[in-house]
Structures are given as C-alpha cells and as structure tokens.
Design a protein around this ligand. Structure first.
Ligand code: 5GP
Length: 175
C-alpha cells in the first residue's frame, strides 16, 4: 500500500501567511542587527520564502537539532549541533523553525542560544501542533495552528521524502 497524503494547508495560504509574518518581523526589527537562526533541515524552505519578504537588514545562520531520526514519533531527546560558532551576542535573534510539536526542540535551542546573550530571542514557526502535555513555547511569529497529526511538505520530511511538496499534507504511512 502507498503512503497516504491529504492536503492540510495549500501553497497559496502559506504564501500569504509568510508575507504577513515577514511584514510583522520587518516592522518589529528596525533598530539593532537581526539574525535569523534557521533550524536545519525542515525549516529551510520556509526560511527561504520568509527572508525574501523581510524588508529590514539581517544575517542568517543555521543550527541543527535532531529528535526524530527516521521515525514519525519524537524520541524525546534533543541534540543541538553547530551552535558554538554563532555570532549573536547583542543581536536580536529569531529562531526559525518548521514546526513546534512537543516543544522539546524549541526549548533546547532557546536554552543553547541564550548562552550567547542575544539582545532578544524570539521564535518564528510555520506550524504549531497541538499536543497534550507539550512544553509551552512562546511563538511570537506563528504561521498556523494544526491538529496533532504527522505532516510533510514545504520542507518537512518523512525519512527525507516529501520535502518538495509545495503545500503541507497530513501523512499516513503505509504498512
Ligand atoms: P518537537 O521537539 O517540538 O516535538 O519537534 C520539533 C521537530 O520535530 C520539528 O522541528 C520537526 O523537525 C519534527 N517534527 C515534529 N512534528 C513533525 C511533523 O508532523 N512532521 C515532520 N515532518 N516533522 C515533525
């Protein structure tokens, strides 16, 4: 049996919402240097669209965080990589994530980035999944709230597949 994909958020709706988020970010960051810290790999498509709509100057950098491996369920352990070389002291930082689910990844990244003493640190996430018992994360720039289902597309994968889909889809894995 093939994996089943059901549309959740169209490319058109994403485009409109990304432009709104970028306008909000631009309006909020007219003063100090802004750094977008993009979480690899799932946030890359979102970040690429978002940054092309931000009107104020900014620099970008990347971090890695892994908790899922090849599975569709969180392992509960978050490994943060590549944060040591970030140059963000005194910068206004926005952490750009694809999806906040249990909140563990965002929490671990926030703790890791705070050590560098940025002037401000906010979270921008395309999606916020509503999961019972999740760690609360303050998402200042949020694209969409979604139900507790596994999603792919627009950069988000299942075992490295489906990142190329232009919209967001719910995935039911075959087997
Ligand atoms: P959290 O630590 O909040 O549970 O999970 C955050 C990370 O897990 C996301 O950045 C993403 O990489 C992955 N993740 C969580 N839910 C989903 C989902 O529904 N689909 C995909 N493709 N990845 C997810």
């Amino acid at each position: 049996m093939a994996d089943r994909l059901r549309p959740l958020i169209s490319a058109r709706r994403i485009k409109k919402r990304v432009a709104e988020l970028a306008a909000q970010i631009s309006a909020d960051h007219t003063d100090a240097p802004l750094t977008l810290v993009i979480v690899l790999k799932g946030a890359t498509v979102f970040a690429a669209d978002l940054m092309r709509r931000i009107a104020t100057p900014f620099v970008i950098d990347f971090v890695r965080a892994s908790s899922y491996g090849q599975a569709a369920r969180s392992s509960g352990q978050v490994i943060v990589e590549d944060e040591a070389r970030l140059d963000i002291a005194g910068h206004r930082v926005i952490l750009v994530e694809d999806i906040v689910d249990t909140g563990l990844t965002a929490g671990a990244l926030i703790t890791a980035l705070r050590r560098f003493e940025p002037a401000s640190l906010d979270v921008c996430a395309l999606l916020h999944k509503h999961v019972a018992g999740a760690a609360p994360v303050d998402i200042r720039y949020k694209g969409f709230d979604i139900p507790d289902e596994f999603v792919v597309g627009y950069g988000m994968d299942y075992a490295e597949r489906y990142r190329n889909l232009p919209g967001v889809y719910r995935l039911t894995v075959a087997g």
